[in-house]
Design a protein around this ligand. Structure first.
Ligand code: ATP
Ligand code: MG
Length: 414
């Protein structure tokens, strides 16, 4: 598990504030659910034969002997909460969440045991328009963060009925080639054959080129639905690549499944994964409720956003002082300046003015405010421009009284 150090947290805050902007303008409200849930929720919600539940969960018995699990993803918890609080009585729910998730995986670049997701769920909407809208929110958000070279991969998993017919056909096909499959896939044939399509094993991948395709088993209705989604994506100018092997890891998906990937991420290429999960809410005891959502992995997003997103804003003013009298005034002025919503850094070193000026320069502050001992007794301050100096030398330096601070700030900083 990984600490998030100050050098990175700025970038995270920036990304989150962009996300919040996108969510609030789309009328999506935040939901916060507990990090620990009853294990049962994930067994039912995600499915026992998935990797997440079968291999990756952090589960433990609490002191009351109940099996608890650190949430491995957000959707099951959001669905539970919606059912528990009867939120659907108020109509469809458009929700977002963020926070840590836990999976016992092999840590590597872009893969951690505690990682963070930011996600969106549209619950109670069946229209294909909601599929397109949800995808466009993810796409626009990632673009706004500055990511380039993204690919939207998309597939239709059809209805439950479509999938069941296909599963049998695929099972038969795979059983005839049992010896050619990797060990993991051999184990999956009977419990979760669809997941084999998602195999990362190269020889299995090659073999699968010839396998029956889910696409050929979609009913007419499912096909029309998928085609109209692709039409809508064209209208929204979101480029996509149909990937018939995209099945996604969790059991609850139907119809639309999608991932947004990047070539810049190495083998952990997926930054966003999502899809339609029309069966989940009823599986958890609620009414039959069509739903769709996605989750973005924050760590991978930050890797893609690169150095630029991690840069922090330089101070507006760097405050420098020397001497005991100046000390108090420096703190007073610093606090006063912050009330103008300016970023102020106060140098505590007491070292020579020249050393402090060097540090001011290094901080990339726009201005240095200097208070010497003599000036402090007179309540006098010196503001010096450090960057973007004006040709008119007079405009680079101002001596003024502390009572006139308000006026000076209004004059210098818009
Ligand atoms: P992968 O195939 O990479 O394991 P997944 O299908 O298990 O992904 P989802 O459950 O769809 O992932 O989660 C959505 C997103 O969360 C992923 O696309 C990824 O960006 C991020 N994610 C998932 N697991 C991890 C992890 N262990 N560490 C960091 N990010 C993760
Ligand atoms: Mg995974």
């Amino acid at each position: 598990m990984v600490d998030l150090l100050p050098a990175q947290s700025k970038g995270w805050q920036k990304v989150e504030s962009i996300a919040i902007k996108h969510f609030s303008r789309a009328g999506i409200n935040e939901i916060r659910t507990p990090i620990i849930e009853q294990t049962e929720l994930f067994l039912r919600g995600i499915g026992e034969n998935t990797d997440v539940v079968g291999k990756e969960m952090y589960s433990f018995d609490d002191r009351g002997g109940r099996s608890c699990t650190l949430r491995p993803e957000g959707t099951a918890s959001v669905a539970r909460s919606i059912v528990q609080h009867g939120l659907l009585n108020n109509g469809p729910q458009r929700l977002w969440y963020r926070g840590p998730m836990f999976r016992y995986e092999r840590p590597q670049a872009g893969r951690q045991r505690q990682f963070h997701q930011i996600g969106v769920e549209f619950v109670g909407l069946s229209s294909v328009m909601s599929d397109a809208e949800v995808i466009s929110i993810a796409w626009d958000f990632l673009k706004d963060v500055g990511l380039v070279d993204l690919t939207l991969e998309i597939n239709s998993l059809g209805s439950n009925e479509d999938r069941n017919v296909f599963k049998e056909e695929l099972k038969n096909w795979l059983n005839l080639r049992f010896d050619l499959l990797d060990e993991d896939s051999q184990k999956r044939i009977n419990v979760n054959p669809l997941r084999i399509l998602d195999s990362k094993n190269n020889s299995t991948k090659e073999l699968l080129y010839e396998a029956p395709s889910l696409n050929d088993f979609l009913s007419k209705k499912s096909k029309i639905r998928f085609d109209s989604l692709l039409d809508l994506l064209d209208k929204l100018k979101i480029p996509y690549k149909i990937n018939n092997n995209l099945v996604r890891g969790l059991d609850y998906y139907s119809h639309t499944a999608f991932e947004i990937t990047s070539d810049h991420l190495g083998s952990q290429a997926t930054v966003c994964g999502g899809g339609r999960y029309d069966g989940l809410i009823s599986e958890l005891g609620g009414p039959k409720t069509p739903s769709i959502g996605w989750a973005i992995g924050m760590e991978r997003l930050i890797i893609l956003a690169g150095e630029k997103i991690l840069e922090s804003k330089s101070p507006d003013i760097y405050v420098i002082y020397r001497g005991e009298k100046a000390e108090q005034l420096a703190l007073e002025i610093t606090c006063q300046l912050r009330s103008f919503n300016l970023k102020i850094e106060l140098d505590y070193s007491g070292s020579s003015f020249s050393k402090q000026f060097k540090r001011a320069d290094k901080s990339r502050a726009k201005w240095a405010l200097t208070i010497g001992e003599d000036e402090a007794s007179k309540g006098q301050l010196l503001m010096k421009k450090l960057r973007d100096k004006s040709k008119d030398v007079e405009n680079n330096e101002y001596i003024f009284l502390k009572e006139d601070l308000d006026q000076l700030i209004k004059k210098l900083i818009d």
